[in-house]
Design a protein around this ligand. Structure first.
Ligand code: MN
Length: 300
């Protein structure tokens, strides 16, 4: 099943039907199950009870046309977005790094940085470099603490596509990656039962139609189960929490007017535009410090 959040403030949950339309499922939730930003979390928590009804909606269709709704990130206010810093060897090389996830661990992105499919990334500064990072992410289905790798699948609700928009430089990752709009996610969550083998998935990312990233998910240094097991050994995960698996080689600069498309096979295709309207001079001075990114030249 494919589940979306849409409408004003993303306060409605929907299912993508077989005929491509979206049926509103918000009213299936038990009354009083959380505030408007927690609707998808309510769906995740009640999924085993809702499943039969949802399958009927999925088959019958006749909902709102896909293009007529404004999508939000599928999960609105997860308790956290956890992300992998360097989880592909070819990205470690292009960033001239000597270490990867097994010595770096993970980092947090602000949940307030989420936007949905069709949204706009706002670049805050006009004197700094910003890059796209296409990633596969997954959504946690139930509280998870000290989960074993072999049991990790039981805790995964579904998968989505995420862009980890990044300011290059020496500031802490949590600053460089947490500006408002810096975490596009979507268009939907595909429930885990629809993905037979995560290792078979392929990730691609284009900027203005030019392919920049092309990788197999099997190339992850820490795969999805290892990542969930590790993160749950650090912090308790809650339903709706988002874990992003990291980006492969091919990160590069983005600017005003760009169109970014990230796609994971069997999961979905996420597209957003970029604007620098309102950008100012960077408050911090990390532009010349931090990891050495791939040169600007190859992107013209
Ligand atoms: Mn990333």
């Amino acid at each position: 099943m494919k589940l979306v959040s849409f409408g004003e403030y993303g306060s409605r949950a929907g299912i993508v039907c077989r005929d491509g339309t979206i049926t509103d499922i918000t009213d299936l939730l038990p009354a009083g199950s959380g505030c408007r930003s927690q609707v998808m979390r309510g769906v995740i928590e009640s999924f085993s009870e809702l499943r039969g009804r949802l399958a009927e909606f999925e088959m019958s269709g006749g909902g709102q046309s896909f293009g007529s709704v404004t999508l939000s990130a599928p999960v609105l206010e997860p308790s956290k977005i956890v992300a992998a810093p360097v989880n592909y060897l070819d990205h470690m090389e292009e960033m001239h790094q000597l270490s990867h996830i097994d010595s770096l661990g993970v980092f947090l992105k602000a949940p307030s940085s989420l936007i949905g499919h069709g949204g706009t990334v706002h670049l805050p500064y006009n004197n700094r470099r910003f890059d796209q990072e296409g990633e596969l992410c997954f959504v946690v289905g139930k509280p998870a603490r000290n989960v074993k790798v072999e049991e990790a699948d039981d805790y995964i609700f579904g998968y989505s596509v995420l862009l980890d928009i990044t300011m290059r430089g020496g500031e802490d990752r949590s600053t460089r990656k947490s500006f408002d709009t810096f975490t596009p996610m979507g268009p939907w969550i595909v429930t885990a039962d629809e993905i037979r083998s995560v290792d078979d998935l392929e990730l691609r990312c284009w900027v203005n139609g030019v392919l920049r990233q092309d990788a197999k998910i099997s190339e992850l240094i820490w795969g999805v189960p290892e990542l969930l097991a590790y993160v749950s050994s650090v912090m308790t995960l809650y339903p709706g929490d988002v874990i992003s698996t990291g980006t492969p080689k091919g990160v590069g600069p983005i600017g005003d007017g760009d169109e970014i498309v990230a796609e994971v096979s069997q999961v979905g295709r996420l597209s957003v535009s970029v604007t620098s309207i309102g950008a100012t001079f960077s408050v911090t001075r990390g532009g010349t410090t931090g990891p050495t990114q791939p040169s600007d030249e190859e992107f013209g």
